[in-house]
Design a protein around this ligand. Sequence first.
Ligand code: SF4
Length: 463
Amino acid sequence: MRRILLVEPNFHNKYPPLGLMKISTYHQRRGDYVRFVKGCDTGIAGQQWDRIYVSSLFTFYWDITIRTVRFYSQSVASQQDIWIGGVMATLMGDEVAALTGGTVVRGLLNEPGQLDSDSRVVVDELTPDYSMLDTINYQYGLQDAYLGYATRGCPNRCDFCAVSQIEPNFIDYLPLKRQLKSLEMLFGERHDLVLMDNSVLASDALGRIVNDLVDLGYERGAKLNGRQRRVDFNQGTDVRLLTPEKMALLARTALRPLRLAFDDSRLRPVYEAGVRLAAENGVRHLSNYILFNYRDTPQDFYDRLRLNPVLNETLGTQIYSFPMKYVPLNAKDRSYVGKHWTPRLLRGVQCILVATRGMVGPHLDFFEAAFGHDSDEFLEIAVMPEDYIVHRRAHAPNGAGDWRRDFHALTSGERVEFMSVVAAKKITRRDVGAASTGRLKRLLSHYVDAASVDQSQLTLLDD
Ligand code: SF4
């Protein structure tokens, strides 16, 4: 019997670590002792393990992941007994291996013999061990949902997306019934179904997948224990592939919400047509990931955001938007600033989102109150002092009111100077002193005097 330790670094994660959960099942079936911990657990310091698996997520969790691997380096006979897998390990495997001496697992465990050469088991096909989550003091989300896949991979290769490296082969059908039945048998019935497919609409087997969902009790309007059941393709569906036939199929299920991406303003007609199709098929709860800080401009971002509440008013839909800040696939932190953005503007967007709890609601009046009535006003709000953005109502009669008056009175020359000074996040007394006019000095002094927003509030939004 081997002693196996599974570790998820202590980053925030809404989703339980499915990879580790399948590895747990694998080792238990082999008769090994398995323990799962979150982060650097001093309670097991000094214990020795035959193998330690550390999962990884986004590359911007680089520091915390490497720190976690190093924490356990004395707990194995050889560094190679620490196995590191997941997104970051796949995307930056050479660097991870060079820095830690660990064994890097790239991509999925979807072939036999990847963990032990004498095994014919495909780890990715195993039922995840949900019981291991009860052994730690950390609450993942989605407690009452089955997690699964109806497809794997994606036939596309968008350059901002890691899917083609993590799941390079598109598999257009996976038997959902088998996955759910075995989960139910082992861990009990769950209410909802979260499918983590990357591009389900690319599947030629969509009809079969929908039949499976209906047979499993996730037909449109389905209830369990008096509550509406939900199917959620939570990675989003590709609106470019949404045809009337496919929409009609999806509408047969308890889909809620329908998640569509709108990453590029050139997709606007296609996106609008997709929302219309959904509404025509009675699917009114939608959710929209909106990428920004990529090749877009702030104006373009604003226009994409505003479209949703406008569509809601005309089509009777309820679209919630979730802005997603782009960082490059190999970024070790979240500080990347896109070509058309500045640190100030990015921070401003995050401050607006603090006030709206990370999402943009479906109503136009709320949207305009938060983001402005047009892209000019959005730019104005986004460069205000942080505390004025988050607590706009409280500051409106005094500080923010004065700030706005001076901002509107800027000459074009003053405006250029102002925008270049505020582009960076931190403004000092020296910047105020160096400003070329009294109005600019007055305006800039707000940034020195007003409180800034707690960084932890902003980083939570990125998770
Ligand atoms: S379509 Fe979506 S999942 Fe596929 S590569 Fe592009 S962003 Fe990634």
